[in-house]
Design a protein around this ligand. Structure first.
Ligand code: NAP
Length: 282
């Protein structure tokens, strides 16, 4: 199965924008749908869009992890039930769905990188709503590919890297947690992987973990970032428990990406090279 056109829901968000650019660059016809004119919780709108699609990539999501703690219903509707309905509609119309999910489906309590088959146990409302979406999509019976991503940054969004760089402008010292570990990953590189998957010939059904190679704590990542940018602000390590946040976050967000690497025949760049390349584009 090779595609000539892709439909991106949530296509003006951070990942969706990069997906649209990469797909267009590969000569694919791209249709983008997003708020305010398209709402993924509107069944009739979803039906109309899916009926005109060869393949749907769902990036639409309620992504404010902190606010989700007090907006449980909205998070579950957008990240959970809407994904289930999308799956049922896609199943009826025989349209495959690529759905983007997250490391927040895990509790981060293990000490090894997470594999796709590991038990889920979300700590937050956001994580629970994303797991609900995964579950309902699988149950819908549509052809689906779930790509779990984590610690992303990109040109079209606000993220850890943009926030910490901004904070450094007014601070001599910043404290950053050293007990959350993951792989900072550029959304443009995730976009290349997703389009590679769609260009493989047969639809890559199943769940895949997708992240830059290598791991770092938030503290290590910040030090590397400041070194690259020549920022003099001092970085001091602290613990997640030092900060009071509404949502709990997994400490271990590391992914084992062997399944994806085997399918694609390549690993993603190291998180350091990826970050360096990204900074050069700014
Ligand atoms: N950012 C991360 O670190 C990260 C990590 C792991 C997984 N993910 C997942 O990656 C995917 C893409 O997220 P992102 O980082 O690109 O976030 P994003 O920039 O917030 O993109 C999400 C997009 O979905 C739109 N949206 C929200 N509610 C919608 C609705 N009801 N109907 C239609 N569109 C709606 C948003 O519009 P508005 O901006 O107008 O709300 C936004 O354009 C999501 O599935 C997210 O859960 C992200």
């Amino acid at each position: 199965m090779s595609f000539t056109a892709i439909t991106i829901l949530g296509g003006r968000g951070m990942l969706g924008s990069d997906l649209a650019a990469v797909a267009a660059g590969r000569g694919l016809s791209v249709r983008v749908y997003d708020l305010p004119e398209f709402d993924v919780t509107d069944e009739a709108q979803v039906e109309e869009v899916v009926s005109q699609s060869e393949v749907v990539i769902n990036c639409a999501a309620y992504t404010n992890v902190e606010k989700a703690e007090s907006h449980v219903e909205l998070a579950n509707q957008v990240n959970g039930y809407a994904v289930g309905r999308l799956g049922l509609i896609a199943s009826g119309l025989n349209v495959p769905v690529v759905h983007i999910s997250t490391d927040f489906v895990f509790d981060g309590a293990t000490h090894a990188p997470y594999r796709e088959t590991d038990a889920t146990n979300p700590l937050s409302v956001y994580g629970g709503s994303k797991l609900l979406g995964e579950t309902l999509l699988v149950e819908s019976g549509c052809d689906h590919c779930i790509v779990r991503i984590q610690w992303t940054y990109g040109r079209h969004g606000t993220h850890f890297i943009s926030k910490i760089t901004e904070a450094a402008k007014t601070r001599d010292v910043l404290t950053v947690v050293d007990d959350q570990v993951g792989s900072p990953t550029h959304t443009a590189e995730i976009a290349k992987v997703v389009i590679d998957l769609l260009e493989m010939g047969s639809f890559p059904a199943g769940i895949y973990h997708c992240a830059a190679s290598g791991y770092a704590s938030r503290y290590e990542m910040t030090r590397y970032l400041f070194e690259q940018l020549g920022i003099a602000t001092k970085v001091q390590p602290c613990k997640t428990s030092d900060f009071k946040t509404a949502a709990r976050r997994p400490l271990n967000s590391r992914f084992d990406c062997t399944k994806l690497q085997t399918l694609l025949g390549r690993a993603m760049l190291s998180w350091q090279d990826m970050l360096k390349n990204y900074l050069e584009t700014l």
